[in-house]
Design a protein. Structure first.
Length: 427
């Protein structure tokens, strides 16, 4: 072990092999790597690992282990996460967004259907390395789904804290199915988050929320893999939805490290997109003031977060990549989702905030029409089937559904079916 846990606020290092999530000042901790003293693989070597017979080499996280965490293979708990598709946006979608050169990195293609698996393989592997038997998180859903799966594979007990009644069905189903002990907290996500942090230390449970520095390390692989997918060409922009703000911080960190060590010559600009009802970062960005917690409300449950844990490291990454922050309304998210879904790709609501935010930025002239842009789609379309069906049945209270594709009721006779086909074709 050659890394430490670093507090950016007081510039203090903590040892990596003790259970610690925050500095004594309360600040979040970052894993600090001595890259200069570590043998770093060439880009060709990283490409060769993709075809390896070794599952650890092939993992879209552990392939980059020198950049993420050079943990001994014996500790690694992997499901072959990452290796998600980088789609060139189908033409109709690209036109709607207003860009020629648009890519979609579909993190919903991870083993449990969201990018959280990238952080979780790192977090659960560290739990094994530290000898922990129990792991826990508070979650709007995807983190708990991922934790439940990786803990089961590692033979650990998973404790999941979810806000009662506010978790999309697909995600709750996963936590239960993978065998996590699920505490349905009468409160919102921020309440669940506070509670899990309170009890983990006393109960000997390893906390795997994004306050855990190793989750962020695993998520760095998204940025690395995007560049690898592009043959190590650096796009102009990466658009990412923002909730707890760990993901954008992780992507920025990875790409800055790669540049600082001479593997690429520049970094993309990073744009965080929040939901207008859960936008503490966007507010702070616009006003120039410090981030203030708020009561969050949005249909995009994965980013319904009012008090983001990783605000500090997020802002740092945004400044270092000449980034930007914006927010979009739920109706803008729903429109973007309808287009992403109908393009045949599909993603959960929060994911589509990236596409909605990009369209807004293009229309406002803040992103050039000839820029090469990657939108991160953070979760799978089936994570929130309730919202999808309500949208297409036009049953989303208070929200217009201009792109609804409702099923057509039809009698069980050939003539009724023929009539329905003619009507649907507009004949
Ligand atoms: C967790 C999550 C987010 C938010 O990511 P942060 O790192 O918390 O900003 C966005 N979309 C989906 C689908 C998620 O699961
Ligand atoms: Zn500190």
């Amino acid at each position: 072990m050659d890394w430490t846990l670093h507090c950016d606020v007081c510039d203090v290092d903590w040892p990596a092999d003790e259970v610690r999530y925050r500095c004594s000042c309360g600040g979040t901790l970052d894993v600090k790597h001595p890259f200069g003293d570590r043998a770093l693989p060439s880009l060709d070597a990283l490409d060769a690992r993709r075809a390896s017979r070794n599952a650890v080499d092939r993992s879209g996280v552990w392939r980059f282990r020198e950049w993420i965490l050079p943990l001994d293979e014996a500790h690694i708990v992997t499901r072959g996460e990452g290796n998600t598709h980088l789609y060139r946006a189908p033409e109709r979608l690209a036109q709607w967004v207003g860009l020629e050169n648009l890519w979609l990195k579909h993190e919903g293609e991870n083993p449990t259907g969201s990018f959280k698996d990238r952080g979780m393989t790192a977090g659960v592997s560290v739990a094994r390395w530290l000898g922990m038997q129990d792991v826990a998180c508070a979650s709007t859903g995807n983190t708990s789904a991922s934790l439940a799966s990786y803990a089961a594979i590692a033979g650990m007990r998973a404790w999941v804290f979810v806000p009662e009644g506010r978790v999309a069905f697909g995600k709750l189903a996963q936590a239960l199915a993978y065998g996590a002990t699920t505490l349905s907290v009468r409160g919102d996500f921020d309440d669940a988050m506070r509670l899990v942090q309170d009890v983990c230390a006393d109960e000997g449970i390893y906390l795997l929320n994004s306050v855990n520095p190793y989750r962020i390390e695993g998520q760095k692989a998204i940025g690395l893999e995007i560049l690898q997918d592009l043959g190590w060409r650096v796009p102009d922009w990466i658009f990412v939805p923002g909730g707890n703000l760990g993901n954008n911080a992780a992507i920025a960190r990875a790409l800055l490290d790669l540049r600082d060590h001479g593997f690429v010559d520049r970094v993309p600009q990073i744009s965080v997109v929040q939901a207008a009802g859960a936008n503490p970062l966007a507010r702070a960005w616009r006003s120039g003031a410090a981030i203030e917690a708020l009561r969050a409300d949005t249909l995009a449950t994965a980013i319904r977060i009012g008090d983001p844990v990783s605000a500090h490291r997020s802002l740092r990454g945004l400044r270092q990549t000449n980034g930007r922050v914006d927010d979009v309304t739920d109706d803008e998210i729903l429109d973007a989702k309808a287009h992403v879904d109908a393009a045949g790709i599909g993603a959960e609501p929060a994911s589509c905030a990236s596409v909605a935010g990009l369209r807004k930025a293009v229309l406002a002239g803040e992103v050039d029409r000839d820029a090469e842009v990657v939108c991160v789609l953070t979760g799978h379309v089936l994570k929130d089937p309730g919202l999808v069906v309500d949208y297409h049945m036009s049953q989303l209270d208070g929200h217009p559904t201009p792109f609804a594709n409702a099923p057509i009721p039809v009698d069980a006779t050939p003539s009724a079916v023929r009539d329905a086909i003619r009507r649907a074709r507009g004949a």
